[in-house]
Design a binder for this molecule. Structure first.
Ligand SMILES: CCCCCCCCCCCCCCCC(=O)SCCNC(=O)CCNC(=O)[C@H](O)C(C)(C)COP(=O)(O)OP(=O)(O)OC[C@H]1O[C@@H](n2cnc3c(N)ncnc32)[C@H](O)[C@@H]1OP(=O)(O)O
Length: 206
């Protein structure tokens, strides 16, 4: 994203409902010292995830890349399977791409968090075969609440804005998934020592 475009995105007034505006005691996000270096791919948090999983045949296969600060970028190619209107991306699919990109920011904080609220502006239609360039950052943190925003541009990081989102993620423990997930998938994940070690490491967030 060019400096001009980033300034334009940053300068827009906070949009959305009151619960997406950080409270006065919110603090600036702090990138974890063990976060992937700027430029590195973050990798998938779960191989069957619809947003980022490599083993999910119906998924979006998003690959988020760490940037400076608490910011990530990702590219999403709109396929024919993602259509809503003829030749155009479905809005719900675009919201998913935004949700996934925003969710990956928590890897830079080294916090496990889920989407509590996601508000999306659909600014212009996104044709099939176009590449949506997503750029997301955490704006503030207040206790377990993580306030973030994202923009998606068509064709290049400097392309026209197609979608914007503001979101609130809520930090959770691993037990959130163990207690609520279907036992079949939870047992499969628990049988993978790498996945358990990776996820548990996030709970000990110094
Ligand atoms: C072994 C296993 C391995 C697992 C390995 C994978 C691990 C890594 C997976 C990551 C996955 C990411 C994937 C992409 C991102 C998704 O798509 S996540 C999926 C979609 N989201 C969900 O399913 C979340 C469903 N909702 C919930 O479970 C619960 O409502 C929540 C969000 C955990 C909150 O419940 P809670 O913990 O009881 O918290 P609660 O006290 O209600 O709220 C805390 C604060 O947040 C505020 N808040 C809560 N919800 C909202 C809201 N909707 N609007 C405004 N404010 C809210 C509350 O007002 C409260 O504020 P304060 O009073 O503190 O000021």
């Amino acid at each position: 994203m060019s400096n001009d475009n980033r300034q334009e995105a940053a300068a827009r007034p906070p949009s959305g409902s009151a619960s997406l505006i950080p409270p006065p005691d919110a603090t600036a996000p702090v990138r974890h010292p063990d976060a992937p270096a700027p430029g590195e791919l973050l990798g998938s948090h779960y191989e069957h995830c619809f947003g980022c999983g490599g083993l999910q045949p119906h998924g979006l296969h998003l690959e988020a890349r760490a940037r400076e600060g608490v910011r990530v970028t990702a590219e999403f190619t709109v396929r024919p399977a993602h259509q809503g209107a003829p030749g155009l991306a479905h809005g719900g699919v675009l919201a998913t791409a935004l949700d996934e990109t925003l969710g990956s920011l928590n890897w830079l904080l080294r916090v496990i968090a889920v989407t509590g609220r996601l508000e999306t502006d659909f600014v212009r239609p996104v044709p099939v075969d176009s590449v949506l360039h997503l750029d997301a950052e955490v704006n503030a943190v207040a206790g377990r609440k993580i306030y973030c925003s994202a923009v998606g541009r068509i064709g290049s990081p400097e392309g026209p804005v197609a979608v914007r989102a503001s979101a609130l993620f809520i930090e959770v423990k691993v037990d959130h998934f163990i207690d609520n997930g279907r036992s079949e998938e939870i047992q499969a994940v628990m049988a993978d020592p790498d996945q358990v070690r990776r996820t548990r490491a996030f709970e000990v967030n110094p």
